[in-house]
Write a protein that binds this ligand. Structure first.
Ligand code: ADP
Length: 260
C-alpha cells in the first residue's frame, strides 16, 4: 500500500514540539532549502506554529531567505532565543553565530553533531506544531549526522524531474531506511514553468510525481513550479512576501498527511 504508518509519528500530546520533520534531497540545487522556507511560510499562513532548524551548518541559507539577522539572545528560561521572522516563524541557523555571513564554517562531524543537538535542545522553541529541519544536501555523512542528532519523526524528500534518472531518489530511500526513519512525503520541485496565460512547460523533463510515489511508498505532497521571481525575494530576505497556490496546497497536504 501507499499509506504511511502514521503511528510511527510521535503522538505524545505533551511534547512541546509536536513533530520534527527533516527535509532531504539527494543532491544540492534542487531547491530543498527554498521548499523548506516556503513550506514554513504557507504552514504559518494556515495557522500552524512553525520553527526551522537550519541543519546545513556549513552552508546555511534559511536565515538569509527570511532576512532574520542578529545574534540570538538568552530567553527568559535561560535558553537560546531563536530569531523570529516577520510572519512569526522561529529560525535557528549557523549564520547567527558567524561574525560575517561569508565566514566559512570548517567543522568535523562530531562538532556539527553537537551544534545541531544544541540547536534542538538549548533553543527555547516554545510550543510548535512543526519543527522543519533543513538537512545538508546529498546522501553523505553530513545529512546522516544531522538526522542522528535529532529525534526526527519523518522525512520529506524533495526531488526534481532530473533526479529519477540518476537514481538519487533510491539513495535517499536507502539512507532513510538505514537510519530507521520514515519518508512521510515527497515533493517535486521545478516540475514545470507556467506562462502568465496559464500554459505549462515541463522544462527539466517530464514530471514524475507518480514514479516518486511508487519508489518511496510515500504520498506526493506537492508539485512546484519554477518561478524566476523567487531568486530576488530570497536574496533580499523577503521570502514571506511570496504567494503561490502550489505552496498553499503543499502546506495543506502536509498538514493532513501528518495529522496524528
Ligand atoms: P538546495 O537547498 O537543494 O541546495 P536551494 O533551495 O538553495 O537548493 O535552491 C537552489 C537555487 O535554486 C536557489 O537560488 C533557489 O532560489 C533556486 N530555486 C529553487 N527552487 C526554485 C523554483 N521552484 N523556482 C525558481 N528558483 C528556484
Amino acid at each position: 500500500g501507499k499509506g504511511i504508518p502514521l503511528n510511527i509519528l510521535s503522538a505524545d500530546p505533551n511534547r512541546k514540539i509536536k513533530q520534527v520533520i527533516a527535509i532531504m534531497s539527494g543532491k544540492g540545487g534542487v531547491g530543498k532549502s527554498l521548499v523548506t522556507g516556503l513550506l514554513a511560510v504557507s504552514l504559518r499562513r494556515q495557522g500552524q506554529r512553525v520553527g526551522i532548524l537550519d541543519g546545513d551548518i556549513t552552508g546555511p541559507s534559511i536565515a538569509r531567505m527570511f532576512g532574520t539577522t542578529g545574534s540570538p539572545t538568552k530567553s527568559a528560561s535561560g535558553g537560546i532565543e531563536p530569531l523570529r521572522s516577520k510572519g512569526g516563524i522561529k529560525v535557528m541557523s549557523m549564520n547567527m553565530f558567524l561574525e560575517k555571513e561569508s565566514d566559512p564554517v570548517v567543522w568535523r562531524g562530531p562538532m556539527v553533531s553537537s551544534a545541531i543537538k544544541q540547536f534542538y535542545s538549548d533553543v527555547d522553541w516554545g510550543d510548535l506544531d512543526y519543527l522543519l529541519v533543513d538537512l545538508p544536501p546529498g546522501t553523505s555523512d553530513a545529512p546522516m549526522t544531522v538526522m542522528q542528532a535529532l529525534p526526527v519523526d519523518g522525512v520529506v524528500v524533495v526531488s526534481s524531474p532530473q533526479m529519477l534518472a540518476t537514481m538519487i531518489v533510491m539513495k535517499c530511500i536507502h539512507m532513510v531506511q538505514q537510519l530507521k526513519g520514515v519518508i512521510v512525503g515527497v515533493v517535486e520541485n521545478m516540475a514545470y514553468f507556467e506562462t502568465p496565460n496559464g500554459e505549462r512547460y515541463e522544462i527539466f523533463g517530464a514530471s514524475n510525481g507518480t514514479e516518486l510515489v511508487s519508489m518511496t511508498g510515500a504520498p506526493l505532497l506537492g508539485q512546484l513550479p519554477i518561478d524566476p521571481s523567487l531568486a530576488a525575494l530570497c536574496d533580499s530576505g523577503r521570502v514571506e512576501e511570496y504567494y503561490a497556490e502550489a505552496y498553499e496546497l503543499l502546506a495543506a497536504n502536509f498538514i493532513s498527511t501528518l495529522k496524528i
